[in-house]
Design a protein around this ligand. Structure first.
Ligand SMILES: [Zn+2]
Length: 670
């Protein structure tokens, strides 16, 4: 039976309720009273089935839990909550937790490639584990939920052992599929060998298939009880690693899932720009989702629920960014995991702010649902680890210069970044380009491309550097600064120097490349200059190649310390030149506004969200939108105090925004 996805007409707000918050009548009464007090912020409630991330507890406990859940769900439904279900927190186990306190795993634990044995996480491939999982999910389905979530412990990395699973069962599976028999140590060595690309891909396929197979068993167990229970899968993102496979089409297909909860790490206020990185990571996961997973709930995660650790205002801005990045709901994990001694007094402000923001999120979902992120696409792929070559002496699992998050630095100076490839240009950072074929790279180079010199080296190895107009003449690792030339693209920043002392940061991405033109027509935007003020030669260039592609090579630390006025101005002008003036949004003033744009192909629908990523209020800023909309409105939670002047131009709108508060987001809605 094909279960139809529930299409949202507004943002779905789903509260996740931990086990200690409902098992006793007293705790449940307090929790239910809290949810009723904030009724307009509650569409859906998901109860966790356990209190632990450890991979095994006796089924009797789950039988008793299911009995309690049946009563709790009936109470919520009678109270008007339309969607009530179960969040299975632990399927194979998340990481080593409480192993001296909880019962040991009665089945094969995960084994790392380094021989480490997990204390809390089970190998997903043994028949013993699978029988247990079928029984557990059967009990949960019999409790009668509307939906069942599978949490994000279905991965093959970070389980108390770094890279799983090299247990005897899994080595046997590899032998059966490849015809090659390995011991664990021998396999670990072989996977690092440059010539073993085929083996690496077979191993990643085994990881992908282990999860796919387990999800199919979960789906079968649930459907056997009731075909009408919707299922959902919680995921982690590809920036962490692509070791687990990340073929969402196969995983969501195996589970028959219509619900998705893309996630990642952003837990508190210590590093507030992390909310932007997480939004992009969530956007990448949304881009991988099959169409059937239409219910896409952002992971709002305040673990371990220190109530002063993340401001309510942070929660509002991070959820706004997540919706801008592709979600249409929020899975709120903020209530804590301890029995509520104070009846949630410390969560009142948060729930109130969520309730106040909800009409704004509803409008933002209606404006953007179904649309793609717009802007430059920092290249990545879900099968990165399987696609790129490994060189002698390199680590396969921690590949050098393969961080797909580096271009976020350009987002932080105002360049709109896209989660998936569209027509808005490509960014090649580090050695990510190695994971793409010659044809794919050539197709990218026929359009707008921003890249660093490491990517240029990859292109040179493929014989494609001519399309960038330059090659790396020499690498330099000390004494270098960058002087902006008199090229028109530098505008008033011509002659400015960017001196960031790369030696300080022990960051391999900060090496400098002296570039050399290999064809006429290369424009030089910056030159390296040494600490004595002597000119060394070109380091940033712009070139239009014979395929019509406009390519900007940035050979001096393009992914850090670009947030200074002159460099910001240069990068944004060059990026806009490369897309022929089609950047969807230009923030005209040098303020730390971070954009996220979701636009239809004709740019008549959508929204651009702007986050003030600084601790100063932005008193006044001019923003240009290249959109075809006849109307434009400013939207934000609690709009009082914000105002906007807007005027039409031949290319869209120019608006003036005032009084943007620190770490708050507003939306310009088409
Ligand atoms: Zn195993």
């Amino acid at each position: 039976m094909m279960i139809q996805p529930v299409l949202p007409r507004s943002a779905t707000l789903s509260w996740r309720v931990q086990w200690p918050l409902y098992m006793t009548d007293g705790a449940f009464d307090a929790t239910w009273a809290f949810l009723r007090r904030h009724r307009r912020a509650v569409d859906e409630v998901a109860f966790f089935e356990t209190f632990s991330h450890h991979g095994y507890l006796p089924l009797d406990l789950y039988r008793r839990t299911a009995d309690v859940l049946r009563r709790r769900m009936a109470t919520l439904r009678a109270g008007g909550i339309r969607h009530v279900g179960i969040n299975v927190l632990t399927t194979v186990g998340h990481l080593n937790e409480a192993w001296d306190v909880l019962p040991p795993l009665p089945f094969q634990p995960m084994v790392g490639l380094d021989g480490a044995v997990s204390k809390s996480c089970a190998c997903p491939n043994t028949p013993e584990l699978r029988a247990y999982i079928r029984a557990k999910y059967t009990l949960m389905a019999e409790a009668g939920p509307d939906f069942i979530w599978v949490d994000d412990d279905l991965r093959m990395h970070y389980h108390g052992v770094a890279w799983a699973c090299a247990c005897p069962t899994c080595l046997g599976l590899l032998a059966a599929t490849t015809g090659r028999v390995f011991g664990r140590e021998e396999l670990a060595r072989a996977l690092e060998a440059p010539c073993e690309g085929g083996l690496r891909r077979a191993w990643l396929e085994q990881n992908l298939h282990a999860i796919e197979g387990l999800l199919a068993e979960v789906a079968a167990a649930v459907r056997r009880v009731s075909p009408g229970i919707r299922t959902g899968l919680m995921t982690c993102g590809p920036a962490w690693t692509t070791y687990s496979g990340y073929d969402y089409g196969r995983w969501f297909g195996a589970l028959g899932a219509t619900k998705a909860r893309p996630g990642g790490g952003f837990y508190g206020d210590e590093y507030p720009i992390g909310q932007y990185g997480k939004a992009l990571e969530v956007g990448r996961q949304c881009a991988l989702l099959p169409g059937r997973a239409a219910d896409r709930q952002y992971e709002l995660e305040n673990f371990p629920y220190t109530s002063l650790g993340k401001a309510a205002g942070t929660v509002v801005s991070e959820c706004t960014l997540a919706i801008a990045a592709g979600c249409n709901g929020i899975a709120i994990n903020a209530l804590g995991m301890s029995s509520p001694h104070d009846r949630f007094a410390d969560k009142e402000a948060l729930a109130r702010r969520i309730g106040q923001a909800r009409p704004f999120w509803d409008r933002l979902v209606r404006a953007t649902d179904g649309l793609s992120t717009a802007g430059y696409w920092p290249a990545w792929r879900a099968d990165l680890l399987g696609r790129r070559p490994v060189r002698e002496g390199e680590s396969w699992l921690a590949p050098p210069l393969c961080d797909i998050t580096r271009p976020e630095a350009l987002g932080c100076i105002g360049l709109p970044l896209a989660a998936a490839r569209g027509d808005g240009g490509v960014i090649l950072a580090g050695r990510i380009a190695e994971a793409f074929s010659d044809d794919e790279l050539q197709a990218m180079l026929a359009g707008p491309v921003l890249m660093d010199a490491f990517a240029l080296d990859v292109l040179a190895e493929r014989g494609l550097a001519g399309l960038a107009g330059v090659r790396v003449a020499r690498w330099l690792d000390n004494g270098m600064a960058e002087r902006l030339t008199g090229d028109r693209l530098n505008g008033p920043a011509a002659g400015a120097i960017r001196d960031i002392r790369p030696e300080f940061w022990a960051d391999p991405y900060l090496r400098s490349a002296l570039l050399e033109a290999v064809t006429p027509g290369v424009r030089v935007l910056s030159e390296l200059e040494n600490l004595l003020g002597e000119r060394v030669g070109p380091c940033v260039t712009a070139f239009e190649n014979g395929l019509g592609g406009r390519v900007v090579v940035m050979g001096h630390a393009p992914w850090r310390f670009v947030n200074l006025t002159c460099k910001r101005s240069q990068i944004l002008a060059a990026a806009d030149w490369a897309v022929r003036g089609r950047l969807p949004v230009r923030v005209r003033d040098a303020v730390p506004l971070v954009p996220l744009a979701r636009l239809s192909a004709d740019r008549r629908r959508g929204a651009v969200v702007l986050l003030n990523a600084g601790l100063d209020r932005v008193a006044r800023v001019t923003v240009e939108l290249r959109v075809a909309a006849a109307r434009l409105r400013l939207d934000a939670p609690g709009r009082a105090g914000t105002s906007m002047q807007a005027r039409r131009t031949p290319h869209g709108w120019i608006v003036t925004l005032r009084d943007l508060q620190p770490w708050c987001a507003v939306a310009l809605v088409l």
